[in-house]
Design a protein. Structure first.
Length: 205
């Protein structure tokens, strides 16, 4: 009689998984499903979160604006205008220095390779307190274009890696440079650069 009661009890605590058709003990099923029920809200997105998501087109637009900014700095320099102010405005508009940490490793930097602060970035683009900086943007350049690349969008952030090309004023031959950019949206929904790494292609031995 006791054996019969044990068999009935075991049947009561067994249930069938509708998803897989396999049998699980009730205790085991609860242990498996509990973490899923806790994690589920993390995958839900509100309309506001979806609208803040960065698209591939957002990245392409941000790259176009960055290239135009580099050209604009050089044009101001050529015209005897306040190119320092133009560069400052570009950096503050496109980079996240006023909100977040920025990882910036410019192309032509050897002594001070990394520029985590606004002043270091400004010095790189127009020259300043760092001796090795001759002012990349006041070379000047007539055109900047982004070429072949890969873009990964991650909700409110994105990564891009590839090649971009710089044409010096008065010349037709482009200079090819490798880049990696990371973007986020700020509290106002604007695209901001938080990662900028660029380097010249490997020249071989």
């Amino acid at each position: 009689m006791r054996r019969t009661r044990d068999i009935i009890r075991r049947k009561k605590v067994r249930q069938k998984s509708a998803a897989s058709g396999r049998w699980f003990k009730a205790g085991a099923a609860a242990a498996i499903m509990a973490p899923l029920s806790v994690a589920a809200p993390a995958y839900a997105t509100t309309a506001a979160e979806q609208s803040a998501s960065i698209t591939e087109q957002d990245v392409l637009d941000a790259q176009r604006v960055w290239g135009e900014g580099i050209v604009r700095i050089g044009t101001a320099f050529q015209n005897g205008e306040d190119y320092n102010a133009v560069a400052s405005n570009m950096i503050r508009s496109l980079y996240a220095y006023d909100q977040l940490e920025v990882l910036f490793k410019p192309t032509l930097a050897a002594e001070k390779q990394f520029r985590p602060e606004f002043d270091g970035a400004l010095s790189y683009f127009v020259g300043g307190d760092i001796d090795e900086d001759s002012g990349f943007a006041i070379r000047p350049w007539s055109n900047v274009r982004f070429g072949e690349q890969q873009i990964i969008t991650l909700g409110d952030s994105a990564l891009a890696m590839g090649n971009y090309y710089f044409t010096p004023v008065g010349e037709t031959e482009e200079t090819k440079v490798e880049f990696s950019f990371g973007y986020v949206r700020d509290s106002e929904g604007l695209m901001r650069i938080v990662l900028h790494h660029s380097s010249l292609p490997y020249a071989g031995s």
